[in-house]
Design a protein around this ligand. Structure first.
Ligand code: A5P
Length: 232
């Protein structure tokens, strides 16, 4: 299956939600990259929008595409965020952060009146958790934070199901905000809302990749066509 083609189809459909003059949150990842590219083509043809990127990578791409950019400091309220996801589950709860941009993605999505998720159909799950949950932590006191996370997610001490994300160079992966990421392979997250609250209560946890109540629409592209799911 050509996943890149499916991601691009989902991204192309999302353009239908974009209106002239909108203030847009621009997501991060391979699917969002297709959206930014397609949006750039529209901008070159005269569409006037302003974008707030969710990562340095997206900012650089959007600049290359000629999209007018802003920040949440200058433009604190957005109309719409378009972003990808690692998993899309019931009630359009999401796991995000596979690309490491979860903190900015969540801040930008939270500042938006609406969020549309774009993905290939393989991201749709009945229960979240097959994709390891990214948990962004401050480097200070990492071992203590890790223990607290283990307790909250129900893993044993030093479980190999909780891993510090590393870059290609073997060093810890550092987010745009200067933090580290723990990836928790939980297999099943039956109650994302409750887990999210408990993770947020840990002092060293900056944010987690559970996006609850943020996405209003998911555009899922599969071999049979595109499915648009709206949160009820
Ligand atoms: C980035 O941090 C992530 O939240 C991405 O949005 C997510 O990982 C989806 O990425 P792909 O579109 O590359 O699958």
């Amino acid at each position: 299956m050509d996943f890149e083609a499916l991601k691009r189809q989902a991204a192309a459909r999302a353009l239908e939600w974009v209106r002239p003059g909108m203030r847009l949150g621009l997501g991060t990842g391979s699917t969002a990259r297709h959206f930014v590219d397609l949006l750039g083509q529209k901008v070159k043809n005269g569409l006037d929008v302003i974008g707030v990127p969710t990562s340095e990578a997206t900012r650089q791409q959007a600049e290359r595409c000629g999209i007018r950019l802003s920040t949440l400091d200058e433009t604190p309220a957005l109309d719409l965020t378009i972003d990808g996801a690692d998993e899309v589950g019931p009630d359009l709860c999401l796991i995000k952060g596979g690309g490491g941009a979860l903190l900015r993605e969540k801040i930008v999505a939270s500042a938006s009146s609406s969020m549309v998720v774009i993905a290939d159909e393989s991201k749709w799950v009945a229960v979240l958790g097959r994709f390891p949950l990214p948990i962004e932590i401050v480097p200070f006191g990492m071992a203590a934070t890790r223990r607290a996370v283990e307790d909250v997610v129900g893993l044993s001490r030093n479980s190999d199901r909780l891993t510090l994300r590393r870059g290609k160079d073997g060093h810890p992966f550092v987010t745009d905000g200067g933090h580290f990421i723990l990836d928790a392979a939980l297999e099943r997250i039956p109650d994302p809302r409750s887990l999210g609250v408990r993770l947020t209560s840990i002092a060293g946890v900056v944010e987690h990749g559970l996006f609850i109540g943020l996405a209003k629409v998911a555009i899922l592209a599969g071999p049979e066509g595109i499915r648009v799911v709206e949160r009820s």
